[in-house]
Design a protein around this ligand. Structure first.
Ligand SMILES: [Zn+2]
Length: 493
């Protein structure tokens, strides 16, 4: 093709293209016009000087921007819209509203209960309708796109005076109205956090009709299951039955077999999920670490694994310290120390490295950070997840090829969450792009020093706009709501 007349906004020459499908990389010239990819051609085929911006990126990888399948970024996209922790990893879209927790549609007079407090206090919850949240996103224009799930705990707290019991038919009706409003205003689906006290009283008879309503609008169903420890198999059954009844795409969140006595059981869970995938649409997400993080919960406090404090309201000085050390310093046991620290957040070293690798390697596994951006001393996954999967697990450890790593954070994720025209490098797709050095990309955030940006990411583009440059930081913001009804009708090949 000789496009001598064509003028593009950006042309990348000699890019090593990972196209998001899982296919091996190939060298190409890639042209962008406006918000979309206009051409992917063999090197030298696009006319010289056809781009207003011309970059020879020989030796560098060009991939779709990464999609963070699992976040709690509902509020940070408004409060810190540069989104440095994510865009510095190459992330161009975040899926917010996971684990039953979403910023909309709910407000609070008093301090919100755990786990809603992971997003902040009553001042954070200002959106009685999802449309109010959608407008806030459109007004602020965050650096990354946002696919917003609606959390069941948020719906329950918006409609029920007491969330410790199952919802009545009338309360379910009220939640269905909120579901309609959210999906009509641009939400991407529904999430539960059945593990959490604000959600645990909801059984299949409550969850399935709500998930069905979201699915009827094209929304997905993501679940932080009731139990990721001894009863993990029962919980997978519950998730499959619920999604099957709702006819919804199921996403099992941050899949794990937690607690040393369950280590190795991903040999049972993954074949079960694999078998179910022949009958109904199911995927999972995971992060590349052996530690999880959430509120400090008395039922998770044990000497069986290491626990690090991420934040504490009464003792903020204890962020980043181990619970066992704090207890020793105070001359009390860990349970008493936990009571004194509460409300607090914690990092639990409760997984087995072999399980983490097995889950990450599973063909239906997407990468999701589950980072907690408001924590004083966050889990390093907030800053390091994506470069760690590519640099540590794929390149250095050889767990899977780089193109597989990229697929798990681009094409697979866009397909699963129905993010139209995203997650691939092909003509017609949105120009969400990451330029990185496949030889040096690596995470640098650690448990002791978690707020460190990763190495090897050169440039990130969102909707065709240059948004992040290594060494300069965030240079543009062009994100928007995606998923659900958002976006134009399909045009991509
Ligand atoms: Zn969760």
């Amino acid at each position: 093709m000789s496009d001598t007349d064509t003028r593009y906004d950006h042309v990348f020459r000699n890019a090593l293209v990972f196209d998001g499908t899982g296919a091996p990389p190939f060298t190409a010239d890639v042209a962008v016009n406006g918000e979309r990819i206009a051409a992917v051609e063999p090197p030298g085929t696009i006319a010289a000087a056809a781009g207003r911006s011309e970059k020879d990126i020989a030796g560098r990888a060009l991939s779709p921007g990464f999609i963070d399948a699992h976040t709690h970024d509902d509020r940070i996209v408004l409060d810190a819209p540069d989104m440095l922790p994510k865009i510095s990893q190459g992330v161009t879209t975040v899926v917010a509203g996971n684990c039953g927790i979403s910023l909309a549609p709910v407000t609070f007079d008093a301090y919100p209960p755990a786990p809603l407090n992971l997003l902040g206090g009553p001042e954070a919850y200002q959106f009685p309708r999802f449309a109010d949240y959608a407008r806030a996103i459109a007004d602020i224009v965050p650096a990354v796109n946002v696919a917003a799930l609606i959390g069941h705990s948020s719906l329950r707290l918006a409609t029920m005076p007491d969330v410790k019991v199952p919802a009545t038919p009338g309360q379910i009706e009220a939640m269905l109205d909120l579901a309609d409003e959210a999906m009509e205003s641009g939400a991407a689906g529904f999430s539960t956090g059945l593990f959490y006290p604000t959600n645990a009283a909801a059984g299949i008879d409550e969850v399935a009709p709500i998930a069905a309503r979201f699915a009827g609008h094209g929304g997905v169903y993501a679940t932080h299951m009731r139990d990721e420890m001894d009863k993990v198999i029962d919980s997978i059954d519950e998730a499959l039955v619920t999604a099957g009844r709702a006819r919804a795409q199921l996403i099992i969140s941050h899949h794990k077999c937690a607690h040393p006595r369950n280590w190795g059981r991903t040999r049972e869970t993954l074949p079960k999920i694999e078998a179910a995938s022949k009958r109904q649409p199911v995927a999972i997400d995971c992060y590349p670490y052996i530690a999880g993080s959430t509120n400090l919960r008395m039922d998770l406090v044990t000497n069986d694994y290491r626990i690090m404090i991420a934040w504490s309201t009464p003792h903020p000085e204890m962020g980043g310290r181990d619970l066992a050390d704090i207890a020793a310093e105070w001359g009390v046991d860990i349970h008493e120390a936990a009571r004194r620290l509460d409300p607090a957040g914690a990092i639990y070293f409760q997984m087995d490295e072999d399980d983490v690798r097995r889950v990450m390697s599973f063909p239906l596994a997407m990468i999701g950070s589950d980072g907690l951006p408001h924590d004083a001393h966050p889990h390093p996954r907030l800053y390091g997840t994506f470069p760690r999967v590519i640099g540590h697990y794929a390149r250095d450890e050889g767990l899977f090829p780089l193109e597989t790593a990229i697929r798990k954070m681009t094409g697979l994720t866009a397909e699963t969450f129905r993010l139209r025209d995203r997650g691939r490098i092909a003509p017609g797709f949105f120009a969400d792009l990451a330029v990185f050095d496949p030889a040096t990309i690596i995470d640098r955030a650690t448990y002791d020093d978690p707020r460190v940006v990763s190495a090897g990411i050169d440039e990130v583009y969102v909707n065709g706009t240059l948004s992040y440059v290594a060494g300069r930081g965030v240079v543009g913001r062009a994100g928007r709501l995606v998923g659900g009804k958002n976006g134009p009708p399909p045009t991509a090949s």
